[in-house]
Write a protein that binds this ligand. Structure first.
Ligand SMILES: Cc1cc2nc3c(=O)[nH]c(=O)nc-3n(C[C@H](O)[C@H](O)[C@H](O)COP(=O)(O)OP(=O)(O)OC[C@H]3O[C@@H](n4cnc5c(N)ncnc54)[C@H](O)[C@@H]3O)c2cc1C
Length: 469
């Protein structure tokens, strides 16, 4: 039976950590623990007993061997920009930060592959490969903060998933350290590989519960030469939702189709103190198209623009220059911060449905908001069926809020599942959704997953308290 009680991090363990990683890389003061006690989930925090910032695979391996011997829990951490509490050490113990392992080791232009350490910030990777005319498409809105190790562990996506897919579609190789301290190397600079079970895909999205990723090999593609952004305001929220599924039904696959409800746009304006065009519109779509031939991209943009107008769009604002596009995307990427600014207590969901169900999902969420007299703001990657649903506390009393959140969550999940969707598309289960896992997966699947975890980590030292109810 796995042991579920853990030992405290004592002075001897701190000394051992110092001799592995160097004393400057081991933090123990209360002040130093604060940044590592939370991620970006509002209101969730738990202090670690120590933080160690590893700088090599060998150090990660030695730290895990020590933790295993001493039965101390270890929580891997990238940048702490997660939205499911995955990097929060809810059983205390050691936070093992990968922030120092932040080198781009090689951009291989012959094989179109890049090899990175897990602490590389994804925005830095984008800039480095784009200078070489290459492209790494996954683009979480947190791209200037979050790490590739965190992206792999969460299976992160982003707006460009509509056309280019998500992290799992680009990982060709992983080096990882098992909870025993053993190092495994899976895959390589290989586009095809069916040698045994696909451990790479098992580790992607495993939320730091099976192994710690210490090296990542990613596939690159040529950088598209042309890009056009369309900002499309609507007077009718539902008409914007209908357009999303209609574009897909017309067999055009834009790079992105992002949905932004009015309250999210107004919140961004207030945060950035900048005006957005048509800020009184009920909703906006932010659609990007890219390619290598101007006439093909223009033709698709024409068809998409017309479809938007057919659905009652007020206007189609076209941006072909990077300065204007950057401003539009800055606004989109600031929505989560802006809603936090608007209502510091809020609750965020990350549901996903088959794309044709987007209009019904958005309509259903509005009905839930009305029924509970609460402000719910929707935005996100509607083009791939994934909508972020922010429930804002505003001036609701604490008592009411405590009852309201679970009730609203359950209704949103039940509706999503009835449409063939699921409860998280990219933010993960972590600590915040684990009690709802049985709504989405049957017992057989959860048991199978538990048994897989037990094979990797019989003593449950790696990121305990995550994923499983
Ligand atoms: C404003 C904002 C916008 C966001 N937009 C998006 C979006 O568009 N798409 C999206 O998918 N997500 C988005 N996110 C969520 C978040 O950025 C991603 O989940 C990201 O992948 C987290 O990376 P991180 O480095 O911050 O990981 P952390 O938060 O540090 O960790 C996340 C999980 O990964 C584990 N982990 C971290 N590094 C490793 C490693 N090397 N080996 C094993 N496990 C590890 C941790 O234990 C934890 O379980 C957003 C978050 C914010 C705050």
């Amino acid at each position: 039976m796995p042991k579920t009680t853990y030992n405290r991090v004592d002075a001897q363990i701190i000394d051992d950590l110092r001799s592995i990683a160097g004393s400057k890389q081991v933090l123990v003061s209360a002040e130093d623990m604060e940044p590592y006690a939370h991620d970006e989930v509002v209101g969730l925090r738990s202090e670690p007993e120590a933080v160690v910032r590893a700088s090599s695979t060998e150090q990660v391996s030695e730290i895990l061997k020590l933790a295993q011997r001493e039965r101390v829990p270890v929580t891997p951490r990238g940048a702490g920009y997660g939205l499911s509490g995955g990097a929060v050490p809810i059983h205390g113990g050691v936070v093992l930060s990968l922030e120092k392992m932040d080198r781009i080791l090689e951009i291989d232009k012959e094989n179109l592959m890049v090899t990175v350490e897990p602490g590389v910030i994804i925005g830095d990777l984008h800039r480095a490969v784009e200078e070489e005319g290459l492209f790494y498409p996954p683009d979480p809105a947190s791209l200037d903060s979050c790490t590739l190790g965190g992206n792999v562990a969460e299976g992160a996506g982003g707006p460009r998933a509509v056309k280019y897919g998500v992290t799992k579609d680009y990982v060709c190789g992983l080096e990882a350290v098992l909870p025993s301290g053993e190092v495994i190397n899976c895959g390589g600079k290989l586009v095809k590989n069916v040698t045994g079970y696909n451990l790479i895909q098992l580790l992607i999205g495993s939320e730091g519960t099976l192994a710690i990723v210490t090296k990542i090999i990613l596939r690159l593609i040529p950088l598209p030469k042309i890009q056009v952004d369309l900002l499309v305001p609507y007077d009718d929220f539902q008409a914007a939702a209908d357009t999303v599924s209609d574009i897909i039904a017309h067999r055009i696959v834009p790079t992105t189709i992002e949905f932004m409800e009015r309250d999210s746009v107004l919140a961004v304006e207030r945060l950035l103190e900048k005006e957005m065009p048509h800020d009184d519109a009920a909703a906006h779509l932010l659609i990007q198209l890219d390619g290598n031939r101007q006439e093909v991209v223009d033709e698709d943009a024409e068809v998409v623009g017309q479809l938007c107008l057919d659905h009652g769009a007020r206007d189609v604002f076209v941006s072909r220059d990077s300065h204007t596009s950057d401003r539009l995307w800055e606004a989109r990427r600031m929505i989560i911060d802006a809603l936090n600014n608007e209502s510091p207590i809020n609750h965020m969901e990350d549901v996903v449905v088959p794309r044709a169900e987007i209009p019904s999902l958005l309509k259903g969420i509005k009905e839930i908001a009305l029924r509970h007299s609460v402000r719910i703001v929707c935005f996100g990657h509607a083009g791939d069926g994934n909508v972020h649903v922010n429930v804002l506390k505003d001036d609701i009393t604490d008592d009411l809020w405590a009852d309201l959140v679970p009730a609203v969550r359950e209704e949103i999940y039940t509706m999503t599942l009835s449409m063939g969707g699921t409860i998280t598309a990219e933010h993960g289960i972590g600590a915040t959704r684990r009690d709802y896992l049985p709504l989405a997966l049957d017992r057989t699947q959860i048991d199978l997953m538990r048994r897989i975890r037990d094979v990797f980590d019989p003593n449950h030292i790696l990121n305990p308290g995550k994923i499983f109810p």
